[in-house]
Write a protein that binds this ligand. Structure first.
Ligand code: EPU
Length: 419
């Protein structure tokens, strides 16, 4: 299997362009199942999760083509099946969006239970509750979620017991073509929730309030085709901002929505980096000498859990003691074992990591345990003395477009060793 080789110690200089948002793409692509017509989707990230979800749509019978590597055209009118039972479905967490989309389209969906990043239990009870409220009967049959309604879904009031991105998106997908007005309360406000709503509205849906706690969806008879461009990836942008602050240098992160980065920009400033925001780019300047800060991850607009491993890596070489509390995925600390192999001094107690800054990390042979763990180890490799090898690259490839190419263009000594 491929691995990354990183020779640490180089500062980063130059411009890097951020790709389209993975978590928006993996919701928008299955949403095309609801559309009667051709959808052209631009700014699609060239990553494994996108290949997987487009393969699944092809399996279901959609016509899928890539006019270029970041543009996708899909005609899902030819889809006849609501059975997403191929092996590919298990490879990605976001395949649960097929449930909402297929239910909305056929009033029936049979979808194999999702896989994806493994950081402990990942329940879908709130998704199921939403579908049931709209009239579907949902059961788990061995490893397949079987959701069926006797007729067109009916609108419902859904109060989410936890703020869940996935349940918010799935309820929105199911409600688009339902009969009447669905109200989702305690909805997630993440940028990709808003992006999906914008996509669906562009295709003729009637969704109001996305980006607030209450989303109102008035069911329509049908959605039509059109063109849509995906927003920039908040987490990829954050990964490069943290890399630049930790390694030191001067990097202009282009194609970002600076407002999406506020929680991170504030922490990087507090840690000692200089952050300058422009209309659609952010400059990060740093001498690599940083001080410890405390961070708590929370749903948007809080500090994103998907940047937690990367910020812990930065804090591992910041002066003093930092405390990072994980407020979304309590068990998202598996990667710490790998980071400590590189010399980090981190103690985990429950949902908290206490980090005592060390002068230097050192190169080691490590393993990406999940997507963001992979990104954090790449940053660790950049700031470590010596050579780092990162195995299990498949996790990084799921969600970062050409991570090594982009880092190399900033002056990092990073190469992919193809096995
Ligand atoms: N939860 C429930 N019941 C549910 C759903 C969620 O209890 O039915 C809990 C979860 O256990 C968790 C919290 O609610 O504690 C939030 O989970 P959420 O549903 O928001 O997560 P998700 O939709 O499964 C998405 C991203 C994740 C990201 C989280 C949180 C996608 C495809 N995935 O997951 O992204 O960590 O939101 O922001 O959008 C990543 O990109 O690396 C990644 C893992």
């Amino acid at each position: 299997m491929d691995k990354l080789k990183i020779e640490g110690g180089k500062k980063l200089f130059g411009n890097v362009r951020i790709s389209g948002a993975k978590n928006a793409a993996v919701a928008i692509i299955p949403a095309v199942l609801l559309v009667d017509g051709v959808c052209r989707i631009e700014n699609v990230p060239d990553i494994q999760d996108v290949s997987a979800i487009t393969e699944i749509l092809t399996y279901l019978g959609a016509n899928v083509s890539f006019p270029d590597k970041n543009t996708l055209e899909i005609d899902a009118a030819t889809v006849k099946s609501y059975m997403a039972d191929c092996e590919k479905v298990r490879s990605m967490r976001a395949s649960y969006y097929l449930l909402g989309a297929l239910l909305g389209r056929f009033h029936k969906a049979h979808v194999r239970l999702p896989g994806g990043c493994n950081f402990g239990e990942r329940p879908i009870d709130q998704h199921i509750k939403s579908f049931e409220a709209m009239g579907a009967d949902v059961k788990i049959d061995y490893d397949v979620v079987v959701a069926e309604a006797p007729e067109r879904l009916r609108a419902a009031s859904v109060y989410l017991d936890v703020v869940s991105v996935g349940a918010t998106i799935n309820a929105m997908l199911a409600a688009c073509l339902a009969d009447g007005l669905t109200v989702i309360e305690n909805a997630a406000k993440e940028p990709h929730v808003v992006d999906l709503a914008n996509f669906l509205n562009t295709m003729g849906a009637s969704i109001k309030g996305a980006g607030t706690d209450v989303i109102r969806i008035k069911g329509v008879e049908k959605l039509r085709g059109g063109t849509y461009s995906i927003i920039p990836d908040q987490i990829e942008a954050g990964t490069f901002m943290i890399a630049a602050a930790a390694a030191g240098g001067n990097v202009l992160v282009e194609n970002v929505i600076p407002r999406h980065m506020d929680s991170l920009s504030a922490k990087l400033l507090e840690a000692g980096a200089i952050i300058t925001e422009y209309e659609d780019s952010i400059r990060v300047e740093s001498d690599g000498i940083l001080k410890g800060v405390n961070v708590k991850t929370m749903p948007y607009p809080g500090f994103p859990t998907d940047l937690q491993p990367q910020i812990v890596t930065l804090l591992s070489i910041a002066k003093g003691t930092s405390m990072v509390t994980e407020g979304v995925w309590k068990q998202r600390f598996q990667y710490i074992e790998e980071l400590t192999r590189m010399g980090a001094d981190v103690i985990i107690g429950g949902d908290r990591a206490v980090i005592h800054g060390v002068d230097k990390l050192h190169g080691a042979v490590v393993r990406a345990t999940d997507l963001r763990a992979g990104a954090c180890l790449a940053i660790a490799g950049l700031i470590a003395d010596g050579v780092t090898y990162i195995n299990e690259l498949k996790h990084i490839d799921r969600g970062y477009e050409d991570l090594e190419g982009k880092l190399s263009s900033l002056g990092a000594q990073i190469t992919r060793i193809v096995d």
